[in-house]
Design a binder for this molecule. Structure first.
Ligand SMILES: O=C1O[C@H]([C@@H](O)CO)C(O)=C1O
Length: 553
């Protein structure tokens, strides 16, 4: 089936957390419309940019864009931005079922609210390996009251001004800043939100359920910064899907969700049916200054405005990393899932450090902070345009003496826009190595997201990766397939993927301010096999020149 959409991206007034602000949304909706499709469908989105003074692109997170790498929606990597009043058609196939989302991938436009859900269902007649009676979709995000322009200028200033913690957490675009659903249980001075009030934009979306049924919750995190923990009062969750891949089902009381990840969980409504229950999200991994995001699991026929009789679930302490690791280590592929090749042709190491470049705070990989070029790589590589980017390959390793437990001895880094090029269909390992930040004794969480592929997560470890010992411990039996994997403080994460998707693909920290500060790399494979790139993606930089002179190499 072909599904056609006509979208306009624009700014408009909206109150995501009951405080009026401007949001970036689609067709006047925030979050943007949910796309529901079936495996095998073609999606065409005719996107018109109604932002008066900004370009825009949209990335389809979790979709591999096999055969359509120019539709990946990454500014400077796969396409020129869509200018104000221009229209671009994203056209791609969805070839795998799963819970996905889409979001802006230019500057900090995701933080401005440019995101929505993208759900791919199985083909008609095919069955999931689990049963459920109904489903809900929870798209999680975090929200700042400052404009993205102010946030961005802060990151690019001397002295540096960090974005700080968000004002609110949003569930399906709704949060409450000036009232609390759980006011009765907190010592803040906020009043209780009135769920009986007429339509308001920040009114929590209540989940109406029937007792003694099983529901699938599709959960995805589009947060700009926050790692989240989700829990449902009195209910266990059975995790069955991660990033569009089936996992060995396991039950938990609460789950961590990092930016860029998605999950499906099953819940059974087998609790006291005269009550309603909390659904809560809270901040993990950074000292939280943001109240929990809340909504209600409403057992019908109870009134939706009947609040639970006990306090919301307590989010595990922000720095209880053992709790987070224990959750991550439970995620294993469902039996029968594709297994990784038993060895890799190439293994690259990426040391994640916070550095200085000309006095500006940046994030670097092997001491190189990503500065995107003005000509998108897909066109410049395919057409061999010299001078469009550094054609020297970036470093694949870092100094073996580097002390990851301490601030960098030499904090200065370089900027670059080089590309790691992989032989088509070769197997690649990436070892993401975490380290201490610029000053103080801190190491942060970074969820790394790969475009164009799923990868196997072969393992997580503490301290510095030791090739002799740690490779032996890789899980080659049932590693989960994902498109996003977290690195824990002072630890490493090993991933493996097959570079079988001709194109140019971003691999980056999904924390938006971190990517903006250079925390990403670019992978290319088989670009010579990429089909005819639509001219509309090439109308900037050196490829624009190429189009106007008509000198197609
Ligand atoms: O990139 C970051 O910068 C700040 C801090 O390290 C410097 O102010 C922070 O918490 C980040 O995640």
């Amino acid at each position: 089936e072909v599904r056609n959409f006509k979208w306009e991206v624009g700014y408009f007034f909206w109150s995501p957390d009951c405080i009026e602000n401007i949001v970036m949304g689609i067709n006047g909706q925030f979050p943007g419309p949910t796309i529901r499709a079936k495996v095998g469908d073609t999606i065409n989105i005719e996107l018109t940019n109604k932002l008066v003074t900004e370009g825009v692109v949209i990335h389809w997170h979790g979709i591999t864009q096999s055969g359509t790498p120019w539709s990946d929606g990454t500014a400077s990597i796969t396409q020129c931005v869509i200018n104000p009043d221009e229209t671009f058609v994203y056209s791609f196939n969805v070839n795998k079922a799963g819970t996905h989302f889409y979001h802006g991938h230019y500057g900090m436009q995701r933080s401005a609210g440019l995101y929505g859900s993208l759900i791919v269902e199985l083909e008609d007649g095919k069955k999931e390996p689990f049963h459920y009676d109904g489903e809900f979709n929870l798209l999680l995000s975090d929200w700042w009251h400052k404009s993205i322009h102010e946030l961005e200028v802060g990151l690019s200033s001397i002295p540096f001004r960090w974005v700080g913690e968000p004002q609110s957490l949003l569930i399906n675009g709704k949060g409450q800043y000036n009232c609390s659903l759980a006011a009765d249980y907190s010592n803040s001075s906020l009043g209780t939100c009135d769920l009986n009030q007429a339509e308001w934009q920040c009114k929590p979306q209540v989940l109406n359920v029937i007792p003694n049924k099983t529901y699938r919750l599709r959960i995805a995190s589009a947060t700009s910064l926050s790692s989240l923990n989700l829990a449902i009062g009195n209910h266990k969750m059975l995790v069955v899907e991660a990033d569009g891949n089936y996992v060995q089902p396991f039950a938990v009381d609460d789950m961590d969700i990092y930016s860029g990840e998605s999950y499906s969980v099953l819940i059974t409504t087998d609790q006291n049916p005269s009550m309603n229950y909390w659904i809560s999200i809270g901040v993990r991994g950074r000292l939280p200054k943001t109240p929990q995001g809340l909504t209600i699991l409403n057992y019908l026929p109870n009134d939706a405005s009947q609040l639970p009789v006990s306090p919301p679930p307590i989010t595990p302490s922000w720095n209880d990393f053992n709790h987070s690791k224990s959750f991550s280590n439970k995620i294993l592929a469902l039996q029968g899932s594709p297994k990784p090749p038993i060895s890799a042709a190439r293994r690259i190491f990426l040391l994640n450090t916070q550095n200085l470049f000309n006095g500006y705070i940046k994030w670097s990989l092997n001491n190189v902070s990503l500065a995107l070029p003005s000509t998108p790589y897909l066109g410049s590589i395919k057409y061999g345009l010299k001078g469009a980017y550094d054609d020297k390959s970036p470093p694949e390793n870092f100094d073996s003496d580097y002390d990851i437990m301490k601030p960098p001895i030499n904090p200065n880094s370089t900027q670059g826009n080089g590309v790691y090029t992989f032989a088509l269909s070769s197997t690649v390992d990436v070892i993401l190595q975490n380290a201490n930040v610029l000053s103080g004794n801190v190491s942060e969480i970074h969820p790394w997201h790969l475009h164009g592929h799923d990868f196997w997560v072969l393992g997580y470890g503490e301290g510095k990766f030791n090739e002799k010992i740690d490779v032996e411990k890789f899980n080659l039996k049932n590693p989960p397939l994902r498109n996003t994997a977290v690195i824990f403080p002072y630890g490493w994460t090993a991933i493996r993927f097959v570079a079988d998707n001709p194109g140019v693909w971003a691999f980056h920290c999904h924390i938006e301010p971190h990517l903006h500060m250079g925390m990403g790399v670019v992978f290319a494979e088989g670009v010579e096999h990429v089909g005819q790139i639509p001219n509309d993606t090439l109308r900037c930089g050196l490829t624009a020149k190429m189009l106007t002179t008509g000198q197609l190499p």
